[in-house]
Design a protein around this ligand. Structure first.
Ligand code: FAD
Length: 413
C-alpha cells in the first residue's frame, strides 16, 4: 500500500453499536486517516437495548449515542443504503453512487425475521428500530389486546412493557418452553411463571398459522383477537447486500470472520450481529446477537486496522476470543448471562428459582463455561472472571448460594 496512513480511508457500513464504536475506537487508538460511517436509518445513531425498555415505555425519549462525530472527524452519512460491494476495486455501491475504501468494516447488524404472510397486514409490528418503537408506543397507550408471537428475549421485554402499560397480552410460542434454543427447559420453565405472574397468558407448543387483520389464527384452529400483533421470532444477519460480492457467508447468512474479525477479502472486517467468529475458548464458531459483542469486537477491528497499516512488527494483531455476555430486563428482574454452555456441560443450580434471586452455572471438566444470574449481579461479575481465567472450581461450593462464587475456586491438591 503506497499511501501514507493519513491518506487512507476506513469506510464503516452500518451506524449501530458496532459501526459507531469502531469509528470511536479507531480515533481513540490514534487512526490518523479518514473515517466515513454510512447508515441506512435516517436517525442520529442510537443504542437498541433501551428500545424495548425505557424508550418503549416513554420513560426516555432518546437512545442516541453520546458521540460527537464532528469533533472525532467522522463523516456521518445517514439515510443511505449500501447495496453492493466490489472487493477487487475496493468499491461500495450505494443508491447515491459508488464509495471507495481502503479498509472496509461491515457492521450492518441484523434484521428481524418476519412471519410469512404478515407483511402489509395492518396492526402487525416488529421491534428492532426507533421507527418500530414510534409505531408501538400508541399501541401501549391504547391499552388494548396484544398478541406477542415468540417468547424469546424481545417477546419477554415487550410483554413486560405492555403489561406495565395496561395492555392485555397473550404470548404464542411454537416451542414447548420460553427461550427455546437459549436455555434448557428445566431452567426456562421458571420463566413461564413470570409471564403468568405479570398477568400475561403464555401459550407454548402452538404455532401461528396466519396473521390477519384483527388477530391471529393458531395451528390448532384457535383464533385470537388482537388490536396489535408483535412479532419477536428472532433475527438474521443483514447481509443481503453482500450477495455476489464473494464475501464468504455462513449458514445464517452471517459474514464468516476469522479470529481477528477479518472477512474473506483483503482489508475487509466484519463484527457485531452480522458476523460470526471462531471461538478458540469454546471450540466452535459463535454468532452472537448481543450488545457486548458489538462493543468488544469494535476494539479488535480498530486495533487490527491499525496493525495492518503499520510497518511489520510495530503493532501486534489482536485476537477476538471473548466470553460472551448479555443482560435482559424483564418482569421486574435483571437477568445476566456470561459464557456459552454446551449440551454436555454439567448444570449446577445456586439458589431456589422460586425465589427472587438465583443463578445457574455450567461446568466442563471442573471449569465454569457459563453462568445465568437472575438478580445476582455479584455472581455474574465473579463467575465471569472465573470463566475468563478458566479457574477450576469445586462443584459443591458452586452449588452453595451462600458461598461467594470467587470462593468456590478448587484448592490445589
Ligand atoms: C429492541 C432490542 C433490545 C435489545 N436489548 C438488548 C439487551 O438488553 N441486552 C443485550 O445484550 N442486547 C440487546 N439487544 C441486542 C443489541 O442491541 C444488538 O446486539 C446490537 O445492537 C448489535 O449492534 P450492531 O451494530 O451489530 O447491529 P445493529 O444495531 O443492527 O446496527 C446495524 C445498523 O446497520 C444498518 N444497516 C443495515 N444494512 C445496511 C446497509 N446495507 N447499508 C447501510 N446501513 C445498513 C442498520 O440500519 C442498523 O442501523 C437488543 C436488541 C433490540 C433490537
Amino acid at each position: 500500500m503506497g499511501d501514507s496512513r493519513s491518506e487512507q480511508r476506513v469506510v464503516v457500513v452500518g451506524a449501530g453499536m458496532a459501526g459507531v464504536q469502531t469509528a470511536v475506537h479507531l480515533r481513540e487508538q490514534g487512526w490518523p486517516g479518514g473515517i466515513r460511517l454510512i447508515g441506512s436509518e435516517p436517525h442520529q445513531p442510537y443504542d437498541r437495548p433501551p428500545l424495548s425498555k425505557a424508550v418503549l415505555l416513554g420513560k426516555s425519549e432518546d437512545a442516541a449515542f453520546d458521540v460527537d462525530f464532528g469533533s472525532l472527524g467522522v463523516d456521518l452519512e445517514l439515510g443511505r443504503d449500501v447495496t453492493g460491494l466490489r472487493t477487487a476495486e475496493r468499491m461500495l455501491e450505494t443508491g447515491a453512487g459508488p464509495v471507495a475504501y481502503d479498509h472496509l468494516v461491515i457492521a450492518t447488524g441484523a434484521e428481524p425475521v418476519r412471519l410469512p404472510g404478515s407483511e402489509g397486514v395492518p396492526g402487525v409490528h416488529l421491534l428492532r428500530t426507533l421507527d418500530d418503537v414510534a409505531r408501538l408506543r400508541p399501541v401501549l397507550a391504547a391499552q388494548g389486546e396484544v398478541v406477542v408471537v415468540g417468547a424469546g428475549w424481545i417477546g419477554a421485554e415487550f410483554t413486560t412493557a405492555a403489561r406495565e402499560s395496561g395492555c392485555g397480552v397473550t404470548v404464542v410460542e411454537a416451542a414447548d418452553q420460553p427461550l427455546p434454543g437459549v436455555l434448557p427447559a428445566e431452567v426456562a420453565e421458571h420463566m413461564r411463571d413470570w409471564y403468568e405472574q405479570s398477568g400475561a397468558r403464555l401459550r407454548t407448543g402452538v404455532s401461528v398459522r396466519s396473521v390477519e387483520r384483527g388477530g391471529v389464527l393458531l395451528a390448532d384452529g384457535t383464533r385470537l383477537a388482537a388490536d396489535a400483533v408483535v412479532v419477536g421470532i428472532g433475527s438474521r444477519p443483514a447481509t443481503g447486500w453482500l450477495s455476489g460480492s464473494g464475501i464468504e457467508l455462513g449458514p445464517y447468512g452471517e459474514v464468516l470472520a476469522d479470529d481477528g474479525l477479518h472477512a474473506s477479502a483483503p482489508h475487509v472486517y466484519a463484527l457485531g450481529d452480522c458476523a460470526s467468529f471462531p471461538s478458540a475458548r469454546y471450540g466452535e464458531r459463535l454468532l452472537v446477537h448481543h450488545w457486548d459483542n458489538a462493543l468488544q469486537g469494535s476494539r479488535v477491528v480498530a486495533a487490527n486496522i491499525g496493525a495492518e497499516t503499520l510497518p511489520d512488527g510495530e503493532a501486534e494483531r489482536a485476537v477476538y476470543d471473548p466470553v460472551p455476555y448479555f443482560w435482559s430486563e424483564q418482569f421486574g428482574r435483571f437477568i445476566q448471562y456470561a459464557g456459552h454452555h454446551g449440551a454436555g456441560d454439567e448444570m449446577v443450580r445456586r439458589g431456589d428459582p422460586g425465589e427472587a434471586a438465583w443463578s445457574v452455572c455450567w461446568l466442563r471438566d471442573g471449569v465454569l463455561t457459563a453462568l445465568l444470574a437472575v438478580g445476582r449481579p455479584r455472581d455474574l461479575a465473579q463467575g465471569r472472571r472465573l470463566i475468563e481465567r478458566r479457574t477450576p472450581v469445586d462443584p459443591g461450593r458452586v452449588a452453595d448460594a451462600e458461598v461467594p462464587l470467587k470462593k468456590a475456586v478448587r484448592e490445589s491438591p
